[in-house]
Design a protein around this ligand. Structure first.
Ligand code: SIN
Ligand code: FE2
Length: 209
């Protein structure tokens, strides 16, 4: 991949400052408009029902949800029952720029972190199409992000994802364990109420031949 990628490990590409400040502001405003239509919900762990510390929403034709019935993609918001808002063209263009060979993304998961929220180590593996990369864009406060290997106990590396940074999990690390250890409160002025927004774009279904 191009665009000044820094390879963290093979397949984990980091694009510091991919979005400049005005692009971050435009994307922030688009996300805030999406959240008015598709209000943030609190995901819960399958079986136990334990709430996650992040709030979530989605845009695109499919959205990722988590509750007692499991992790899954669905076409509608779990609380309003309405279809997810469309993915902004700017996000589709950013995906196409970073992953020109991949089929277009269907889901954009919007994770909302307050300064105490985190995300435990996990794999993104609810997608049928594992050939396409997972791309993420960060807005607002910096996150301390951790990425490991294909086994939970493999060695991990940490790096910071700041506002405007993009990151890809592709190829051999598409299924790498990853998570967010913490948010550095007050590290960005982009979001009026502070905190962090991460947008994760994924292809879900296989493209039929
Ligand atoms: C996730 O893995 O779902 C979120 C990653 C992030 O917030 O950077
Ligand atoms: Fe993830």
């Amino acid at each position: 991949m191009s665009h000044g990628a820094v390879s963290i490990t093979p397949g984990v590409d980091y694009f510091p400052g991919f979005l400049d400040r005005s692009a971050q502001e435009a994307l922030r405003d688009e996300v805030l408009a999406i959240l008015k239509l598709a209000p943030p919900f609190r995901p819960r762990m399958p079986r136990t029902g334990k709430p996650l510390s992040v709030l979530m929403s989605n845009c695109g034709s499919l959205g990722w949800v988590a509750d007692e019935s499991g992790y899954r993609y669905q076409a509608t918001h779990p609380e309003t029952g309405r279809p997810w808002p469309a993915m902004p063209p700017t996000l589709l263009a950013a995906f196409a720029a970073l992953a020109p060979d991949a089929p277009p993304p269907e889901a954009c998961l919007i994770n909302l972190y307050d300064p105490t929220a985190r995300m435990g180590l996990h794999q993104d593996r609810d997608e049928e199409e594992l050939a396409a990369p997972v791309l993420s864009f960060s807005l607002g406060d910096t996150a301390l992000f951790r990425v490991g290997g294909l086994q939970r106990n493999a060695p991990t590396r940490s790096f910071r994802l700041a506002s405007g940074d993009a990151m890809a999990l592709a190829g051999e690390t598409r299924l790498a364990f990853h998570g967010v250890d913490r948010i550095i409160a007050g590290s960005s002025t982009l979001l009026p109420e502070g905190g962090r927004i991460n947008l994760t774009l994924r292809r879900v279904t296989k493209v039929s031949a």
